[in-house]
Design a binder for this molecule. Sequence first.
Ligand SMILES: N[C@@H](CCC(=O)N[C@@H](CS)C(=O)NCC(=O)O)C(=O)O
Length: 201
Amino acid sequence: MLTLIHAPQSRSSRIIWLLEELGADYDIRYVSIRRWDGSGGPDDNNPHPHKQVPALLHNNALVTESTAVVQYLTELYPNSELGRPPGHAERGAYLSWLAYYAGVIEPSGSAFLGGLAANNPQMTKIYEEMCVHVIETLSKQPFLLGKTVSAADLLLASALGWMRRLLPESAVVDRYVETMTARPALARARAIDSKPDELHV
Ligand SMILES: N[C@@H](CCC(=O)N[C@@H](CS)C(=O)NCC(=O)O)C(=O)O
């Protein structure tokens, strides 16, 4: 059994999106988290070592960090178009984009948005190189890996849906966000996220 440790409208919302894409059978355990506005707080019912979300429980195994959860789930459902199993021609690119999302896109984007990059030339360079790399990639092909969507796109699109300013103004990025956010699984995930008590306990 899969249990997602989730707080509404947070980074775990994108894992609901992924679970819906995969057609997975899952439960949601709602927890409170510390929010930026000072509300909420750590929840004893959350097994995450930092009391953050997402966290995933599967047969007593605990998986944390969005990209690890994404890789774990796409490997659990190897027939989904969103993963790239070992031996797949795009496996290297898939793992590279997952790691790049966690190691470069989110940290450099957060530093930029939080103003931390402003007086830090090294951080500014990493952020600017990241923007060029992502936009050049999406200018050549519809998705990060090429012609076919993957769960790496789900991570990037969810971040852009939440904070479009993560990347500079660009028609290519706008088209990408539009394509990704039109997916029916995202509409289902948003419905679940907005009405927690009705759909999951
Ligand atoms: N790198 C982590 C970040 C997780 C994270 O920051 N989650 C936020 C919600 S969007 C959280 O749980 N915040 C509460 C806290 O930090 O105490 C991941 O992607 O899984």
